[in-house]
Design a protein around this ligand. Structure first.
Ligand code: 5GP
Ligand code: MG
Length: 182
């Protein structure tokens, strides 16, 4: 592996860790959805890298589509008030839908998205979150069916996750140095 990016404080998940997690999740999802042709819904832009790997680790028939949302709020924390910037091109009525998210923090963004998709009457609606942030005393608004790993309450970048659109291309998950964003 290349050297650690100078703005990254520490590695949380290496490329090898990520690959093992993705294989494990893909096998589980593939077994659960066998014969059901699920629609994988990736939430742009952060979940793109994980989705690209995950879908290749799922060995049943599937489709993929994308949504983009933007949260209104005070900037760094999500408010749960969400606007759909790009909607699905696929009808999901009667379809098994699996939302793929990069990281679940408060879960407010996802909770809004799930209510919105639920109103379109999918056959089932589940969430696969690559990361879930563990915040002491806080329970996320959504309980993902599939979870890659739990991470501490720090600002995480890499493997699709950005800060101001940077670091998405890092092949590992790391903690951003606080001096970079403060
Ligand atoms: P929630 O609505 O669950 O509080 O926020 C979820 C969204 O906030 C994620 O999809 C992601 O875009 C962003 N987010 C939350 N925590 C982090 C983090 O540690 N690093 C990065 N890069 N984005 C985060
Ligand atoms: Mg996101």
């Amino acid at each position: 592996m290349e050297g650690l990016h100078p703005d990254v404080e520490s590695i949380v998940l290496s490329e090898d860790d990520i690959s093992q997690i993705v294989q494990r999740m893909g096998a589980e999802i593939g077994a659960d959805y066998e014969g059901r042709n699920p629609l994988i819904v990736a939430v742009l832009r952060g979940a793109v890298v994980f989705t690209a790997d995950l879908m290749r680790a799922i060995h049943c028939q599937l489709g993929v589509d994308f949504m983009a949302v933007s949260s209104y709020g005070d900037g760094t924390k999500s408010s749960g008030v969400v606007r759909i910037v790009k909607d699905l091109d696929t009808r999901i009525e009667g379809r098994d839908v699996l939302i793929v998210e990069d990281i679940l923090d408060s879960g407010l963004t996802l909770s809004y998205l799930m209510k919105n998709l639920e109103s379109r009457k999918p056959r089932s609606l589940e969430v696969a979150a690559f990361l879930v942030k563990d915040i002491p005393g806080k329970t996320p608004a959504v309980h993902p069916r599939y979870v890659g790993a739990h991470v501490p309450d720090a600002f995480i970048v890499g493997y699709g996750l950005d800060f101001a659109e940077r670091y998405r291309n890092l092949p590992y998950i790391g903690v951003l140095k606080p001096e970079v964003y403060s």
